[in-house]
Design a binder for this molecule. Sequence first.
Ligand SMILES: NC(=O)c1ccc[n+]([C@@H]2O[C@H](COP(=O)([O-])OP(=O)(O)OC[C@H]3O[C@@H](n4cnc5c(N)ncnc54)[C@H](OP(=O)(O)O)[C@@H]3O)[C@@H](O)[C@H]2O)c1
Length: 322
Amino acid sequence: MDTPEREVAAANDRLIYGCMGLGSVGRDDAGPGEELRQAEAAVGAALEVGITRFDHADIYRGGSAEAVFGEVLRRSPGLRERIEIQSKVGIRPGRDGAVQHYDLSGPAIRDGVRGSLERLGIERLDVLLLHRPDPLAEPAEVAAALAALRSEGLVDRIGVSNCSAAQIAHLQQALDAPLVADQLELSLYRHGFVDAGVLVNHPEAVTVDFPHGTLEHCAAAGIEIQAWGALAGGRYSGRPPQTQQEAATTALVADLAGRYGVAAEAVVLGWLMRHPARISPVLGTTDPGRIRACAEAEAVSARMSRPEWFALYSAARGRPVP
Ligand SMILES: NC(=O)c1ccc[n+]([C@@H]2O[C@H](COP(=O)([O-])OP(=O)(O)OC[C@H]3O[C@@H](n4cnc5c(N)ncnc54)[C@H](OP(=O)(O)O)[C@@H]3O)[C@@H](O)[C@H]2O)c1
């Protein structure tokens, strides 16, 4: 893998590469080695634009995302020491008709982490996220499992995903270490995190699909907000628009991209990063060109004017702010 030579010096430390699309390619015509080639190309492009944080979960592509990433690490000596690896546990996927369920019991957390470490071929996760809130989880049991993993040196830092402020505060009370991240779906398309603040005391508030107070709680506690789905699955940056609203937003994104001299992806992410919550986007594209297109996102966020930001928000929500 020729990534070290191609790497640029400038760090892009607010961008995280999401590895959910790596691993079993799932096509009949995928020849041997295609998964590895795809993973090396994606990881190489991420490193090239200064991304050094990689997001996994034990369940991505049935474990094959972590397995192929482990192979990439083995083929690139020294890479492990230059990057941060984050993974998640707590979802039991449905198989053979079994019901999907969540599991944050002590054994599930421990076994999940050990499985990830084995597939990745590493000794420690830099960050472990609890993938989704488990309604049957006992905070004391979760805390004991996390403390044991940390004291054994298998996990460095801990965080959550898809959690509200109240859930974070409740869990934090039982823990002996601070939660460092909450990963949630946020984007120009899933803009509920903005609506939650804008539509206070307004009839439209009933439509808000984001847990109130979560950004504020995380800011006060120093918890990083990571955004999954940040590229909105390609809406506004190349995927054909499905509605008039999407078409109008796509046109506005293209116009701004032209004015800034950047790719549409950088505008979509720049809008997210312009928000003072200092959101860290997790990029899910496996296309090396699209990964590179994200490189200018933070620079766009620094340039984006208030009228431009509100124009994008209004276009995406389909009406002006009240
Ligand atoms: N915590 C959680 O519960 C959770 C849930 C989901 C995901 N995640 C994490 O967040 C990461 C990103 O999430 P995501 O993958 O759902 O969201 P995303 O980055 O918004 O979307 C990526 C998907 O959109 C496609 N796409 C992007 N631009 C496109 C374009 N111009 N035209 C057509 N398709 C386009 C990509 O296909 P190509 O690969 O072909 O570009 C890929 O399938 C994941 O990798 C994972 O690490 C976390």
